[in-house]
Design a protein around this ligand. Structure first.
Ligand SMILES: Nc1ncnc2c1ncn2[C@@H]1O[C@H](COP(=O)(O)OP(=O)(O)OP(=O)(O)O)[C@@H](O)[C@H]1O
Ligand SMILES: [Mg+2]
Length: 243
């Protein structure tokens, strides 16, 4: 336990999926009045998942679309609660979830830096003092006062990464988003991730890009249908997964 950064004990995340399509609210109300139940089915996006990650490790999460990777990162980042089980974290976490999570698309880039910074637990004064550095790293200073609905997805990703990683977090969680950045930004962000990793941060990366995983991670968890299929060294797991 001593040097564990992240621990999951029997974590299940259950979603409720409507079974049949209900065309209108009126139809829904009529069914409800007639006590005709609207049928649902329960779906476990994560199923009794347990693992622990040591402080300072960089771990990749791979798996097919719908395997539960984003759900896993959200439950670790406390964006969703587990239906069962518990998540333990040691230290300050900086989550970079799916594109745009934590952003308001009607607000400008500058306003979103404050919004996102607040979500990360920083106060206004602190962010104001770091604003120039964040904008500079993001490389989008020209557009910083435009609403981010006018940004390309790469620009949103740049801004998100710049805010979340301006101060080294104890735990950095990244869901895919770097893949929409251009070559220059991918290099720059990989450099920063490696630097934080060398300085002791624990890092969790979801990616569909095997070479990104190989570049960053030592250890890989392969998720399949909400279960851990395999965990091991990056070369082993990527080999099994690709074949
Ligand atoms: N809010 C939700 N309500 C209902 N089902 C959900 C919800 N969020 C996720 N799911 C379901 O949970 C499963 C896992 O989704 P998740 O987003 O974790 O997959 P993923 O591994 O990140 O996939 P991808 O590689 O496509 O990003 C999917 O079947 C998805 O439909
Ligand atoms: Mg996902």
């Amino acid at each position: 336990m001593e040097n564990t950064a992240i621990q999951l004990n029997d974590v299940t995340v259950r979603f409720r999926i409507p079974h049949e399509k209900i065309p209108t609210l009126q139809e829904y109300a009529i069914r409800w009045l007639k006590r005709r139940s609207v049928s649902f089915s329960d779906f476990n996006a994560l199923n009794n998942v347990s693992f622990s990650i040591k402080q300072g490790a960089t771990v990749g999460i791979i798996g097919a679309n719908g395997a539960g990777k984003s759900t896993l990162l959200k439950v670790i980042s406390r964006v969703i609660r587990p239906t069962y089980g518990r998540v333990f974290l040691r230290g300050r976490i900086a989550p970079l979830l799916e594109l745009g999570a934590g952003f308001d698309y009607e607000m400008t880039g500058r306003e979103n830096i404050f919004l996102n910074g607040a979500v990360l637990g920083f106060n206004r004064k602190d962010i104001a003092s770091r604003l120039d550095r964040i904008v500079e790293f993001s490389g989008i200073s020209e557009f910083i006062d435009a609403p981010i609905r006018t940004y390309s997805s790469g620009m949103v990703a740049r801004l998100g990464f710049a805010v979340a990683t301006d101060v080294q977090p104890d735990i950095l969680v990244i869901d895919e988003i770097l893949s929409v950045g251009d070559v220059e930004f991918q290099k720059k962000s990989a450099q920063r991730i490696l630097q934080y990793s060398n300085n002791g941060s624990t890092i969790l990366v979801v990616s569909h890009n095997p070479s990104a995983i190989k570049q960053l991670c030592n250890d890989v968890i392969w998720l399949q249908h909400g279960l851990i299929k395999m965990r091991g060294s990056v070369d082993d797991i990527i080999n099994y997964y690709s074949s």
